[in-house]
Design a protein around this ligand. Structure first.
Ligand code: MG
Length: 262
């Protein structure tokens, strides 16, 4: 099931998408009552509306945190001359960094070397602490696309990654959450102004989704709506003001964002 958060000009609402969103006019949204993360999937009982007539929003606003994972594809670690860490390398991104599909990533003053990083994003569905890997997927609500926008200058200069990866608008998520998905081998394609710059597969994740959840939940209590960014494959590169970056993941869809100078 694909669940979107959207607006038609009124308050944000959630809805289930039916039909093929890649075909104009082919998909509709069935509105839900309340937030499905907390009340389940409860149809609002209204007439469906065309997906083309709504503005999609970030499908989830993380309740407490986004956990990023660094260097979780060997080919990406190698392109920056880094070793693959033995254990997942975690960092935190504040929820204020989240924007939705189509929203601009606003490049802050002082940024000089901004990179895109297309990533599979895991959305947690229930409180999760000290879970074993074999039960970890029970904690998942679904999956979406993410872009772990990174300012390399600050990443190197600061020694920790809060500003480099957590600045406002640096975490686009979307276009919706796919709740039924086997993530063992999904193609992930990032395009910059339409040109393919990353073409990877989640089969190459060093630490897979279940292992990441178990590792994170050994340290942090995961709450419904929290997000884990699973890392980026090779092909990371710069993005300039005026360019667009899209992240397409097989079985989910495409997240597309323009980049603008503040
Ligand atoms: Mg990343």
């Amino acid at each position: 099931m694909r669940i979107a958060r959207y607006t038609t000009g009124e308050d944000p609402a959630y809805g289930v998408i039916e039909g093929d969103p890649s075909v104009p006019g082919a998909a509709v949204i069935h509105a839900l009552s309340g937030d499905p993360l907390y009340v389940g999937v409860v149809p609002a009982g209204r007439e469906p509306i065309s997906l083309d007539d709504v503005r999609l929003l970030a499908p989830v606003i993380p309740r407490s945190k986004i956990i990023g994972i660094g260097r979780n594809y060997a080919d990406h670690a190698a392109e920056f001359g880094n070793e693959v860490p033995a254990a997942p390398m975690m960092f935190l991104i504040p929820n204020t960094a989240v924007v939705g599909p189509g929203d601009p990533v606003v490049i802050p003053r002082g940024s000089a070397t901004l990179d895109y990083e297309g990533e599979l994003a895991v959305v947690i569905g229930k409180i999760c602490k000290d879970v074993r890997p074999e039960h970890a997927l029970d904690c998942v609500w679904g999956y979406t696309c993410g872009n772990d926008v990174s300012e390399r200058l600050w990443q190197r200069a600061d020694g920790q990654w809060a500003r480099a990866k957590g600045s406002d608008t640096f975490c686009p998520l979307g276009p919706w959450v796919e709740t039924e998905l086997d993530t063992s081998a999904l193609r992930l394609i990032t395009r910059r102004d339409g040109e393919i710059v990353q073409d990877g597969t989640t089969a190459d994740l060093v630490h897979g989704v279940a292992a990441l959840i178990a590792y994170a939940a050994a340290h942090f209590t995961l709450l419904p709506g929290d997000v884990i960014l699973t890392g980026t494959p090779a092909g990371v590169g710069p993005v300039r003001p005026g360019q667009r970056v899209s992240v397409e993941i097989e079985g989910i869809g495409t997240l597309d964002n323009p980049f603008v100078r503040r």
